[in-house]
Design a protein around this ligand. Structure first.
Ligand SMILES: Nc1ncnc2c1ncn2[C@@H]1O[C@H](COP(=O)(O)OP(=O)(O)OP(=O)(O)O)[C@@H](O)[C@H]1O
Length: 667
């Protein structure tokens, strides 16, 4: 069915325009009327760069008494990304009279010129990003054009945000909330900083200024609710990328980080058939056991018993934990289990947290199981620094290798381990596990955590009387670990050349800390001294951590809007091309559904001037964001046969989608 009949249908907000015939008529009229007609550039962009340079149309809006004539569609063209946003001047005629006559919202005491229309070129708008440079809009740049840049999207969003807020305020007005008893008042302090009241919440300072006002004054300020869909993050910097790269990069988190997180998810979700590995289906509240270490030979060096590590899911909270099984251990003293309580209280970024401990016979023997947090894709310090670089022979010979670990990495390890040990010793405990196979590297950023704490306290329970002695051992083992990492050899502590090697390859500070840690245990030797010695290095570490935090936060912001846009795309998917409603007049291609279909074409099926598909992610994201915001900007939708076109606003399309989706949910 043709578009002409569409427009006459009640409820359709679209403006039908027939392209081919309009050309002749308007070209005749334009000669006659050009002096009296308002320049279209002025209507679309707010200014005309040919004003006074030959443009024959009228540029003085103030003298306009009636709406200017409609725009001419001179030619029906293929859809193109570069098509200008079409803003017909006769749009007023299609807007219902009650909307046209609605009084503009003017907050009391507002300094904004009441005659300025939201979105008009004279108006300064602010984007609520907290960034002053980003937020102001220079009307002379004319960013309201349809160029699909991030800047134009931002400003359109801001424009619609302003309109949204005003509309919201109007709706408050209609509820009678801004009558004489409950005035909607903008404090003077805010007026000075936010001429159009867009940045009410932009800084905490302003909130501070508002609060006394809120509580002390009789007059109430109505805080505007956040309009989440208007705060999408600015698009990334893409100017130095080729068009084909824009579809991959720039809009989402970096590939490296994505891959790392996905690999973590992958290992977290791995499972085996328990029976195949002769494992119990369930122990206590834990099921789906998966071995973290497939090595057959089990060393008894660390605990005096063989130990196994399993990943497992807790049926109580559904989370994944690491179970450490100590095989063949028989609990003789019940008090030993209580020693875990002190460990359970410790929460530290560099210590693998303990959840609980229990004994079980589910493995066919008497086993002690200690439950720790699970850190996917972690690696022990031994695996990272010793296993691949050395043959077993080299490890035994204790040779000093030239392939040394960078000092910055070693400082990071020293600082993190010092922090962990300081917390443990301050709690009156000893780590007893400062050993390369029991320290996990849990991400690429050299983040380490001490693993398997508390086990020896249970196995060799002594009521805690030897803690001072074990604390001294912690410092000594710390020193041994550092020297072996620095010299790349586990037995370097017995090699007299090791200190020479450190003097040559590392800074004096590093050597001093190592020597202190390796010095003879004494009651005065304490982790506090190490903290003092590494003070300035801690500042570097904090700086690095903050930088990494910033990096992660900016990566996160790239993904912030995905859920919202996916929901919108799902709605599209539900509505478009439903075969079962083909013959249903209320769901046919002649109603609002046709508009949605054309919009889908506009977003996804554009072609360039050569007829090739335009695969431009930024165009899609910009369109979807504008649609979700429901802004007043109008676009021209062209039918597939290019015989007709419709001019509609995003707001109207949004209403169509909402109502179509509601219809669908009701069916
Ligand atoms: N809490 C945990 N979260 C994630 N992975 C862990 C956890 N604890 C241990 N692992 C993984 O399990 C593997 C085996 O750990 P384990 O402590 O048994 O090391 P090991 O080198 O085999 O020591 P040992 O010689 O004492 O058996 C390690 O490679 C480590 O990556």
């Amino acid at each position: 069915m043709s578009l002409y009949s569409d427009s006459t249908q009640p409820g359709s907000a679209a403006i039908p325009i027939v392209a081919p015939t309009a050309e002749k008529d308007s070209s005749k009229n334009s000669v006659l009327n050009s002096k009296t007609r308002t320049c279209r550039n002025l209507i679309i962009h707010g200014y005309c760069k040919y004003e006074g340079k030959g443009c024959e149309f009228k540029h003085d809006i103030s003298k306009t008494t009636s709406p200017p004539n409609g725009p001419e569609i001179t030619k029906s063209t293929k859809l193109s990304v570069n098509s200008p946003v079409f803003k017909p001047a006769n749009v007023l005629s299609t807007i219902p009279p009650e909307v046209v006559n609605a009084p503009p919202f003017i907050p009391k005491n507002n300094q904004v010129n009441p005659t300025s229309v939201p979105g008009s070129p004279q108006q300064q708008l602010f984007y609520d990003s907290g960034d002053q440079d980003m937020s102001s809009y220079d009307s002379t740049t004319g960013h309201y054009s349809s160029q699909l840049s991030s800047a134009s999207f931002l400003m359109s969003s801001v424009n619609s945000a302003s309109q949204g807020l005003n509309a919201l305020a109007n709706s408050f007005a209609s509820l009678g909330l801004n009558n004489s008893t409950t005035d909607f008042v903008v404090p003077d302090t805010l007026q000075e900083t936010s001429p159009n009241n867009m940045n009410f919440f932009s800084t905490s300072n302003q909130m501070d200024q508002m609060e006394p006002f809120l509580y002390q004054s009789q007059k109430a300020i109505l805080p505007q609710p956040l309009q989440y869909h208007l705060y999408s993050s600015p698009l990334s910097h893409v100017s130095n990328l080729h068009p084909h790269q824009k579809t991959i990069h720039a809009f989402f988190m970096s590939d490296n980080l994505r891959e790392e997180l996905q690999r973590k998810n992958d290992v977290t979700l791995r499972s085996v058939n328990a029976k195949d590995l002769n494992l119990p289906e369930e122990i206590h509240v834990y099921h789906s056991l998966y071995p973290l270490d497939f090595r057959q030979e089990k060393s008894i060096k660390n605990f005096g018993y063989p130990s196994w590590a399993y990943k497992s899911i807790c049926s109580v909270d559904g989370r994944v934990y690491s179970l450490r099984r100590i095989g063949g251990f028989r609990l003789t003293n019940e008090l030993a289990m209580s020693s875990i309580e002190n460990w359970r209280r410790i929460r530290h970024a560099n210590i693998v947290s303990i959840r609980e401990a229990f004994t079980t016979k589910a493995f066919g023997d008497h086993s002690l199981v200690v439950v720790y947090d699970y850190h996917p894709l972690s690696q022990t310090l031994f695996d990272k620094h010793f296993s691949s670089l050395h043959t077993p022979n080299q490890l035994i010979q204790g040779g000093v290798s030239g392939d040394n670990v960078p000092e910055s990495v070693l400082w990071s390890y020293i600082i993190q381990l010092t922090s962990a040990i300081k917390t443990i010793h301050s709690t009156g405990l000893a780590a007893r596990m400062i050993e390369s196979t029991k320290i996990l590297i849990t991400n690429k950023n050299s983040r380490i955590r001490v693993n398997c704490c508390g086990i020896l306290d249970m196995i060799n329970y002594d009521g805690g009387k030897n803690i001072p002695h074990y604390q001294q051992d912690d410092l000594l083992n710390f020193g041994k670990l550092i020297i072996s990492l620095a010299c790349n050899s586990l037995s370097s502590v017995h090699n007299p050349k090791s200190i020479d090697f450190i003097s040559r390859h590392y800074s004096p500070d590093f050597k001093n800390v190592t020597l202190y840690l390796l010095s003879k245990p004494s009651p005065t030797k304490s982790i506090d001294d190490v903290v003092t010695m590494i003070g300035t290095r801690i500042l570097h570490e904090i700086n690095g951590v903050h930088h990494y935090n910033d990096f992660l936060e900016s990566e996160l912001s790239q993904e912030l809007e995905n859920g919202r846009l996916v929901r919108l795309l799902c709605k599209f998917g539900f509505i478009n091309e439903r075969p079962e409603f083909d013959m249903d007049p209320s769901w046919s291609e002649t109603g609002d559904r046709y508009l949605i279909k054309l919009f889908r074409d506009y977003v996804f099926h554009q072609v360039d001037e050569h007829g090739y598909p335009v695969i431009d992610m930024s165009h899609v994201l910009v369109c979807l964001n504008k649609l979700d915001a429901g802004i007043d900007e109008r676009i021209m939708l062209v039918s597939r046969d290019e015989q007709s076109c419709l001019i509609v606003s995003y707001k109207e399309i949004k209403n169509c989608i909402d109502s179509a989706f509601r219809d669908l949910s009701r069916k």
